[in-house]
Every structure is written in C-alpha cells, then in structure tokens.
Design a protein around this ligand. Sequence first.
Ligand SMILES: C[S@@+](CC[C@H](N)C(=O)[O-])C[C@H]1O[C@@H](n2cnc3c(N)ncnc32)[C@H](O)[C@@H]1O
Length: 237
Amino acid sequence: MLFSEACERNKQPIAQALEGWLPRPARVFEVGSGSGQHAVHFTRQRDRLHWHPSERPGQLAGLQERIDREGRGALAPGSALADAVALDVTTGPWPPGPFDAVFTANTAHIMPASAVPDLVAGAAALLGPGGLLLLYGPFSDGGRHTAPSNAAFDAHLRSIDPTMGVRDADWIIALARRHGMQPRADQAMPANNRLLVFAANGDTSGNSDTSGSGDANCSAAVSGGRASSRGRSTNRR
Ligand SMILES: C[S@@+](CC[C@H](N)C(=O)[O-])C[C@H]1O[C@@H](n2cnc3c(N)ncnc32)[C@H](O)[C@@H]1O
C-alpha cells in the first residue's frame, strides 16, 4: 500500500486548518489524493465530511487500496469516504459538481506548470457560489522563495523534470481570479508550507488572513508523483 511519511506529519495540521474553513456538512473533492492518508485521516477526524478522492488513472489502484482497507470503518459520525475516481486535470473527466470545496495537497509543484491552469479552472467549475478551493503546499512569492529549503526543493524538482517546480502564489491568485475566485487566506503551515484559500463568487465570509510562508515539502506518496515514477522520490521530510 502506498505510504507517505510527510502525509503522516502534515495530516493533523492540515485537518486543523480545514476545520476553520469547511461547513457542516461538507462535500469535498480532492485532486491528486496520492496514498489516501489525508482522505482517511480527515474523514476519521471530522463529522459530516463527505470526501471524494481522485488520482491520475495510473496511480488510482494504490489509492483505492487504502480506501478499501481504512476508509470503510471508524469514520467520524456522518462522514463518508467515496471510492476514488480517475482524474488527470489536463484531460478530465471532472465529476459533476457542485462541491462545497476542492482540496489538493502537494500537487501544483509536481504536475507540469502547463497543467496548473487546468487544475484551477477545473476546480472553479466544481464550486457553487462561496465554494472554496484549498491548495496546500510550498509556494514562492513574487518569484522569490520564502526559505532556503524551498529554493533547494525547487532546484531538486527542476533537476528531475524542468516542468515541475514550486509555483508562485501570485500566479495561483491570478489564475483563481481569472476563474471568478477571490483569495480568502494564505495560512502558514508547518515546514513553511501554506494553505491558499480561494472562494468562488458569492462568498461573504470576509476572512482575509494573508500571513504565511513557503518551504519545500513534497509529501509525494512513494510511487505517486512524476518524480517517483521516474525512479526518484520527491519526498523530503
Ligand atoms: C506529491 S504527490 C501528493 C499526493 C498527496 N496529495 C499528498 O499530499 O501526499 C503529487 C500528486 O499529484 C498528482 N498529479 C500529478 N499530475 C497530475 C495531474 N495532471 N492531474 C491530477 N493529479 C496529478 C500525482 O499523481 C500525485 O499523486
């Protein structure tokens, strides 16, 4: 079964961060679920959470294995973990919406830069008014890395595949705005990761936390990312 050490470390901080954003009940679609550790943890922790994981077709079996083993019992009251669906953001098919939120962790720096606009556009199309896009991972700011380890991680990724790399938060924000989503938060997370939060038009929360910093931390499932599919892991911690 796929396993990510980084997922084990970051799953609770992410769960705590999501707690402040998701409604009850919440119907959430996840892009690039990897090992499924996040999906299982979140649905065990939080009540009335309906989590819909997805992965690229070639990575789907490992994800479904965890869902079958760990996602059928011991979930929080009223929560549910759906079977994984195949999704490559560049080709679809995206599922029918609307969802209350789209979540994705550590995917924007692994998928080619050319696929990131597809990720944002596809997510935007899944959200109803006020729905949230939540992106977790390392991000740079205005072309500058926010920590030396982010710079090193970015260089590492690009040495493996020049289409990978830590993305700039400003670029993500511009893409989100292009698709009718407004930035709502830039939340600092452990190991200099961040949770970028965007709301589809119609949001009235007014939450506009803009603190945060970025660092390198790909929590790639061992065989889940482009890098590892080429025989090199992008895990760092
Ligand atoms: C570093 S892993 C992160 C997995 C998991 N979300 C986590 O945080 O541990 C990157 C993930 O992005 C997914 N990914 C890469 N390109 C993708 C694409 N074009 N469409 C959808 N997912 C993609 C990979 O399959 C992989 O599972």
